[in-house]
Write a new protein. Structure first.
Length: 276
């Protein structure tokens, strides 16, 4: 009886899990499917699932109209650049919080995380004028710095949880052997925290890649990433669903592939230090 109840419970949770997974993935699946339809078939009611004339015309039109390679490269530079810059700042900060904590360390960490709750639109105007006065509008450098600052609380928090799991005795032994602070962080702490740093880097690359608010408001053409590439195909009349779906598919495909191959690393990183 107990085994039967356990089997039934497992089956129920499996069904619930698959239902949630399919619900989350369905919009992505429908976007990819719509990208192979004509504009007329894309708005047909009721919509056809597979019974339509498959075409690559939308991808050809998108490629002819927009420079996908330039937008893709801008997204790569902004997402990876902001993540690397964030790690350079966050690793020493997380080290100090984990191994040299003060009485206000927890309060500072909570304050940093609370800044993520501030609506971005609340600081848009002053930040826009600051960037404009520095002559950095529509530049990748401005977006790299802004994306770093936006995601820095998450980077520090994740690294802090990883570093807390590393025994402090190891670092103390390194100091007794004559290691300087720089050598302690670079050659002792960082190699031991490579899995945590890698998962932090992956998560923040994804966050920066998907960021749309700042990229749409602070770029025009030269530094526009793939989020602006997608927005250029949106229309209030809704006449370009197929082309919009093709552009969206081209924009999300790289990060979907990255997420698929790194999902184990991401899950392990996000659950590191949790109660098992």
């Amino acid at each position: 009886m107990a085994r039967q109840q356990k089997t039934t419970g497992t089956l129920v949770w499996t069904i619930i899990g698959w239902t949630i997974g399919i619900t989350i993935f369905f919009p992505i699946f429908w976007t990819i499917l719509t990208s192979f339809k004509t504009e007329a078939e894309a708005v047909t009611i009721p919509p056809s699932l597979f019974n339509f004339d498959w075409t690559l015309e939308n991808y050809t039109t998108v490629q002819e109209r927009s420079n996908y390679g330039r937008h893709f490269w801008n997204s790569v530079v902004i997402s990876i650049g902001s993540t690397l810059l964030g790690l350079i700042v966050a690793i020493p900060a997380a080290w100090s919080m984990a191994f040299v904590p003060g009485k206000n360390t927890k309060g500072i960490l909570l304050w940093m995380l609370s800044t993520k709750m501030i609506p971005a639109v609340g600081v848009l105007v002053p930040l826009y004028f600051v960037v404009q006065s520095m002559g950095l509008l529509d530049t990748k450098l401005a977006l790299v710095v802004i994306m770093m600052m936006v995601n820095l609380p998450i980077i520090i928090w994740m690294l802090y949880t990883y570093f807390k799991e590393i025994p402090g005795d190891i670092l103390e032994a390194a100091r007794m052997d004559g290691a300087s602070l720089r050598h302690e962080i670079m050659y002792v702490l960082t190699p031991m925290a490579i899995p945590g740093i890698a998962s932090t880097m992956l998560l923040n690359v994804i966050l920066a890649w998907n960021e749309a608010f700042w990229t749409l408001n602070l770029t025009a053409a030269k530094a526009a990433p793939l989020t602006a590439f997608i927005a250029s195909y949106s229309s209030p009349e809704g006449l370009f669903y197929a082309k919009l779906s093709a552009a969206s598919t081209m924009a999300i495909a790289p990060i979907l592939i990255l997420g698929w191959f790194s999902q184990k690393q991401l899950v392990r990183g996000l659950t590191f230090g949790a109660v098992k």
